[in-house]
Design a protein around this ligand. Sequence first.
Ligand SMILES: C[S@@+](CC[C@H](N)C(=O)[O-])C[C@H]1O[C@@H](n2cnc3c(N)ncnc32)[C@H](O)[C@@H]1O
Length: 206
Amino acid sequence: MARSKSSKRWLEEHFSDQYVKQSQKDGYRSRASYKLVELDKKDKLFRPGMTVVDLGAAPGGWSQVAANRVGDHGKVLASDILMMDSIAGVEFIQGDFTENEVFDTLMAAIDGSPVDLVISDMAPNMSGVGAVDQPKAMYLVELALDMASQILKPGGNFVAKVFQGEGFEPWLAEVRSAFGKVVTRKPDASRARSREVYIVAKGFKG
Ligand SMILES: C[S@@+](CC[C@H](N)C(=O)[O-])C[C@H]1O[C@@H](n2cnc3c(N)ncnc32)[C@H](O)[C@@H]1O
C-alpha cells in the first residue's frame, strides 16, 4: 500500500531529527530520553540510590536515563501497556495502567518502600479528535497523580507529561495543592507543534 503524504512526512522528519540521530549515537531507545535529561539538568531530579517509578515507560528511553542516574544502589520500577525489552536495573510490569489489577501489581511491587520520584510520560494513542484524545490523556495523568500521592515519600517529586486543554487547569491545581513547588516545562526535544508540556512538581507534602 502506498504511504500517505503525512506518514511520509513523519518518516522524513523522524530521520532528520537531531534527537533521533543523537539517540542512535548515545544508545537511547527513544528521543524522549533527551526530554528527561533536560528536565534533570534544570530541576535536579535524580540522585544515586533513589527509588523511581516510571509510568508509560516503553520503549524505555526514560528508564535508561533513570537507571543510569540512580546507579547500582537505586531502584527503577517501570510499567507500560506495551512490552519493553529488559534494561539492567529496571523491574518492568506490563499492563494497562487504567486497570485496577495493574495498579495493585505496581503497589505490591513497591511494597511500602519509600519512593523518591514518580515520572509519567504516558500518552494515549491519539486519534486526532481532541474531544476524544484530551479526556483519555487527562485520565492517565489523573491516575498517575493518584499513584504518586499514594507512594511518594514526603518531599518526593513528580514529573508528568500533560496536554494543555480541557481538564488541564483543574488537574494542575490539584498538583499545586499536593506539592511545594510546581513548574511547567517545554523541553527542546518536545516538538513545538505538540500541546504536550511537562509538569515538574517538587516537595510532596505527604
Ligand atoms: C511517549 S511514550 C513513552 C516513551 C518513554 N518515556 C520513553 O522514553 O521511551 C507513551 C507511552 O504511554 C503508554 N501508555 C499509553 N496508555 C497507557 C496505559 N493505559 N497504560 C500504560 N501505558 C500506557 C504507551 O504504550 C507508550 O509507550
